[in-house]
Design a protein around this ligand. Sequence first.
Ligand code: AMP
Length: 375
Amino acid sequence: MKRIQLHDKIFEPYIDKNTIAQAVSNLAKKIEEYAGSDSIVFIVVLKGSFIFAADLAKQYTKEAVFEFYRLKSYEGTYSSGNVNILVDIEADLIKGKRVVVLEDIVDTGNTLEKIMSELAKKQPADLKIATLFYKPNAYKKDIPLDFIGIEIPNVFIVGYGLDYDELGRNLPEIYRLKKEKMIDFILFGPPGAGKGTQAKIIKDKLGLTYIATGDMFRNHIKNETPLGIKAKEFIQRGDLVPDEITIDMIKEIISDPEVKGLIFDGFPRTVKQAEFLDKLMSEKDLIIDALIALDVPEELLVNRLLERGKTSGRSDDNEETIKYRLQQYHTKTEPVKEYYQNQGKYYEVDGVGSIEEVNQRLLDVISKIKLRDRT
Ligand code: AMP
């Protein structure tokens, strides 16, 4: 796909020339029907409408006059509430005339509201609005739109007269701002490394979805679901729950179409789970961007888990089970590192220090990964 860059942002093709030409031609016909045998004063709203107005003018076969109105309504990629008139229209040019305003796009309706109220003061015989693009989900006003070309969702577009900070107006078709990809990663490490603590902070800071298989299992056990009943004995003795059971549980979560921007904590815990996760993500057109491992020495892990055991109420936070869980980690889970190392997605972070210190190290690595994926 042919992507382009304007200033700091990447745009991708969205609406092709033919679709636009068809919409312009339909609008010209509808306005001709409305005009009947009267002359129309078209008000071209600059700068965005200059190409639309020129193409519509060429299709419009009845008597018409063109006037130009220049407003400025936004800075950057969002609509601000402020609309200034830069080039006005003399009142006697439209007084008593049938007027059709030509807009490139109606977004929130802020610009449109200003235009309609200003033009109404100049007492036209009739005042209509024709817009090439319309974002119904962004529109906040009650003013009815008389002629609409193409309805689009609430996305930022450029081309065919529309700009991003003045660039992109000369593109012959419409491009949309490329959605910023959300990062999907695995927070990895032995029991007690601080994955849960850190994941919860990062989730809030970056607006991600947190998936912790251990928490999910504990919920199932608490609610005595069939899955909880199956998982309970494994968890109590510090064993891994069999892959099939874990995979089924994960499948249900990831299959939600809204789910993206995932932090995995406690999954994948075996190479088989990692392979399965890659498959499941690719079916959703997603990819695991990284595995970030928290590195903490073993003595510290045991101390942290014993401390946690005093308040967590977790039956697996006792000395014997902790040792067994660490052993399970080394034999079954550590090979997952290599699986992602081979894909060039392995990152390691020093997990010793205050929660804030470790968090900052993780955020630094995450920005590095985002930069890597952009280039
Ligand atoms: P955690 O809360 O991550 O320490 O997980 C607690 C326990 O849940 C583990 O010791 C396992 O018994 C079980 N568990 C959590 N995630 C998985 C997984 N991906 N595969 C197998 N068992 C898991």
